[in-house]
Design a protein around this ligand. Structure first.
Ligand SMILES: NC(=O)c1ccc[n+]([C@@H]2O[C@H](COP(=O)([O-])OP(=O)(O)OC[C@H]3O[C@@H](n4cnc5c(N)ncnc54)[C@H](O)[C@@H]3O)[C@@H](O)[C@H]2O)c1
Length: 325
């Protein structure tokens, strides 16, 4: 079994601890806070605890390090782990700018180690279903994609809605469309914490002409976790707030009857929901990481895809900052 160390036991880290304890050998738990370590030491008696990241890096038996600390620390911790010869699963985003993300990818490549960003949504069985529909051409030409990731809370003060929420949607949009945007614009505002945008609207345009939009907010009356893909033949919605109907396919679209001489009409057919497996996305993500560590699958692509997400986030952030107040 792969021997794993985990750094970061705040809100998200315990979910990773649970999965890696079941799927691998969780050998170390690390957190800057001794209180956090105390809370989890009893639950994972086989794991050693430390507040010192270097201590787990010095353990030669550790093959893989999982980083679930705040985003601003990801680059430094992931880089140190790669340089110590460990495979790394780093929570999203792997770095706060493209230069650092690029450096992580290069470090992983030269050390022949896995660098996998934790893009959780890519492992959601519903996203896999939507990707299957897009790639099989079932929707016809895909014209546009838009996402809604809104709620009242959880209000963050260390990263804005773009980096905290948008990173999920962006990873899915790039995955579905399989291209990087030629234009990326964001507008938003910081209403609660200066410099930390709570509400962000993003627009992306791709070389193929397809367009995308993201509405990201933790100041909203609706709890929405939704991605809509509009194809010329069919349209599909992934709604993660639905318990059973996670994916709905609409046989709706525009068409031009020959007798109307170019005038557009619309066509409405069946609406149906395929069965979506209920596997936990995080479990699938952790399994994928362990299989990459075992030498199965394309580790280079995973690292490069993570870099592409950071590149676009950086462009969006630049336009957000440049926008007049
Ligand atoms: N994939 C997802 O759906 C998802 C969901 C929530 C959070 N996250 C990501 O997980 C990461 C952590 O988020 P969170 O909400 O758990 O944050 P958090 O602030 O609740 O927890 C972070 C923990 O890291 C510890 N820490 C800080 N610096 C450290 C260091 N240098 N070494 C060791 N420990 C250190 C802190 O003491 C704290 O316990 C973020 O990158 C966030 O974006 C991902």
């Amino acid at each position: 079994m792969t021997k794993v160390a985990l750094a970061g036991l705040g809100y998200w880290g315990p979910n990773l601890a649970r999965n890696f304890d079941e799927l691998a050998e969780l050998r170390w738990l690390c957190d800057a806070s001794p209180d956090a370590l105390d809370r989890f030491a009893a639950r994972y008696p086989r794991a050693q605890t430390t507040t010192d990241f270097d201590e787990l890096l010095a353990d030669d038996e550790i093959e893989a390090v999982v980083v679930a600390t705040p985003a601003a620390t990801h680059y430094e911790l992931a880089k140190r782990a790669l340089e110590a010869g460990k495979h790394v699963l780093v929570e999203k985003p792997p770095a706060m700018n493209a230069v650092e993300a690029d450096d992580l990818v290069a470090t992983a490549e030269s050390a022949d180690r896995v660098l996998m960003p934790g893009h959780l949504l890519l492992y959601h069985p519903a996203v896999q279903t939507v990707k299957g529909l897009v790639d099989a051409g079932d929707l016809g030409d895909v014209l546009c994609v838009y996402s809604n990731r809104q709620n009242l809370g959880r209000i963050r003060t260390d990263e804005n809605a773009l980096w905290s929420l948008g990173v999920h949607d962006l990873s899915v949009i790039l995955y579905l469309l399989d291209e990087e945007p030629s234009e990326a614009w964001a507008h938003g505002n910081s209403f609660l914490t200066p410099g930390v945008e709570d509400v962000v609207f993003c627009y992306l345009r791709f070389p193929s002409g397809r367009i995308a939009h993201m509405h990201l907010s933790w100041l909203d009356p609706h709890k929405m976790r939704k991605i809509t893909v509009v194809g010329k033949e069919k349209m599909v919605v992934f709604d993660d707030m639905e318990l059973e109907r996670k994916v709905t396919i609409y046989e709706k679209g525009p068409w031009q009857p020959t007798h109307t001489y170019g005038e557009w009409q619309t066509r409405t057919g069946d609406i149906f929901s395929p069965k979506i497996p209920s596997d936990e996305p995080l479990r699938l993500e952790c399994r994928h990481f362990l299989s990459l560590v075992a030498g199965e699958g394309d580790a280079t692509k995973v690292a490069q895809d993570g870099l592409a997400v950071v590149r676009v986030l950086e462009q969006l952030q630049a336009s957000l900052v440049a926008a007049p107040a």
